[in-house]
Write a protein that binds this ligand. Structure first.
Ligand code: FAD
Length: 416
């Protein structure tokens, strides 16, 4: 029978950070990831100041800085079809050296974390290993059943604690006692690539067009593009034709019209992937032997590009509360409860802000209505511009959440 102290299901941002922190703190930890690598395009690229500071605390600042990246100093929402942008958070106005969002392909970040974690003797990462169900004994989760996707073999891994970091489709969501609460989202996302030219803008670029919004992530020689479409409108929008969509996209992106050569876009709908946007959270993130963190506990909307950082912060809080009791063999329900208590206010507040953005800005724009008609976003923008100290509050919240999460002392290392 295979056994570990902590079984982490899923090697996304939450799972890899938790694995690294626990292993450095001397806990035996096994991360099971169903894919064979981290190369998945749909993942966002935003690494916020809280994560940058964490990487520094972990002695990884130099290795992270060596990754190809762009820096973004403010988070903006498009509020008008003329391309007007409303600055939600002027992160550049915050003190400290990490007053920007680093745009780094997520697979580079995950590779770095995995590489670092593998140096720890108590860490194991098993790729191509899909967890298929939880092992239960007298109402307690005692580990997982898994399937090796390379050869189809199956097995069981017993664990003192299992942490579900398997994203918004988490197996834990089948446990009815955890209580899933869902919130309406007005949009889905089309995800595709366009070539990037040196004369193009840099970083993260948002725009508003006729009935859809766009966000473009600068990945060096190409743009990873997101077009927001009304929820459930994928089939109708595709039926209108790819050329019409690409023309509307260019229309919504004024600087693209000025390019000498029209960039070749996707040549077929197969190159335009649909991402189903969901926002929800579990009422309870735990049961005996099990804890859920990251998107498994709360799927985030892509608004503000903050889901990765919340997942990372959850993992840091979990490592801080759990490292010692896991090492000493005393981990109990009170420890996993403490993690939810700690992370709940930031989760609820962030989803609250995302719901406001859905209702006041994105929903109206996707329905062809101007969100500035009622004047509220503009009035708010006016107040924020007049009071610079007020500008810092949303910037701080987007950068760090409701409070700083500190990793366990044993996980810290000096940079360099
Ligand atoms: C369209 C869209 C765009 C987004 N853009 C951004 C953005 O720009 N910035 C941002 O911060 N956030 C963004 N988000 C949100 C962000 O992707 C998530 O909040 C974040 O990735 C959550 O991290 P996680 O580790 O909790 O889960 P995930 O990143 O979902 O990782 C879960 C991992 O578990 C693995 N897994 C799943 N099931 C199993 C299983 N049964 N067995 C083993 N492994 C399993 C998966 O392969 C995956 O590697 C976006 C979300 C959407 C929908």
């Amino acid at each position: 029978m295979e056994r570990t102290t902590c079984c982490v299901v899923g090697g996304g941002p939450a799972g890899m950070v938790l694995g690294l922190l626990l292993a450095r703190a001397g806990v035996e930890v096994t991360v099971l990831e169903k894919h064979g690598d981290f190369l998945r395009d749909f993942r966002g690229d935003t690494v916020h100041p809280s994560t940058l500071r964490l990487l520094d605390d972990l002695g990884l600042a130099d290795r992270f800085a060596a990754l190809p990246q762009r820096h973004v100093h403010s988070i903006q929402l498009p509020i008008g079809r003329g391309g007007e942008l409303f600055t939600v958070g002027e992160i550049g106005s915050l003190p400290g050296k990490y007053n920007y969002v680093a745009m780094v392909p997520q697979w580079d970040l995950l590779d770095l974390l995995a590489d670092e974690a593998k140096r720890e003797p108590t860490f194991q990462l098993r790729m191509n290993t899909e967890v298929t169900s939880f092992l239960m004994e007298r109402g307690r989760v005692t580990g997982v059943r898994y399937r090796d996707r390379t050869n189809g073999s199956t097995g069981e891994l017993r664990a003192t604690l299992t942490v579900a970091c398997d994203g918004r489709g988490s197996l834990a969501r089948d446990l009815p006692e955890l209580g899933l609460q869902e919130f309406a989202c007005p949009m889905d996302v089309w995800w595709f690539r366009l070539p990037r030219e040196e004369s193009d803008p840099r970083g993260l670029v948002g725009n508003a067009g006729e009935r859809f919004l766009t966000a473009m992530i600068d990945r060096g020689d190409y743009w990873q593009c997101a077009a927001l479409i009304p929820k459930g409108a994928d089939a109708t929008c595709r039926a209108e034709g790819l050329d019409r969509f690409l023309a509307a996209f260019t229309e919504a992106t004024p600087w693209m019209r000025q390019r000498p050569d029209r960039a070749p876009g996707p040549r077929s709908w197969d190159e335009v992937k649909l991402l189903d946007v969901r926002m929800d959270r579990l009422r309870r993130w735990h049961r005996p032997g099990l804890l859920c963190v990251g998107d498994a506990a709360h799927a985030m909307s892509p608004v503000f590009g903050i889901g990765i950082n919340l997942a990372v912060e959850d993992a840091v809080a979990a490592a801080r509360h759990l490292a010692r009791p896991l090492r000493e063999g005393t981990v109990g329900l009170a420890d996993v409860r403490a993690v939810q208590r700690r992370r709940w206010p930031t989760t609820v507040a962030t989803q609250g802000l995302q719901r406001i953005a859905h209702a006041r800005v994105i929903g109206p724009l996707l329905q062809g209505r101007s969100p500035v008609a009622g004047g509220e976003p503009l009035r708010l923008a006016e107040v924020l511009t007049k009071a610079p100290w007020l500008k810092r509050a949303p910037a701080y919240f987007l950068a760090y959440g409701a409070g700083r999460e500190r990793p366990p002392a044993e996980s810290l290392r000096r940079s360099g």
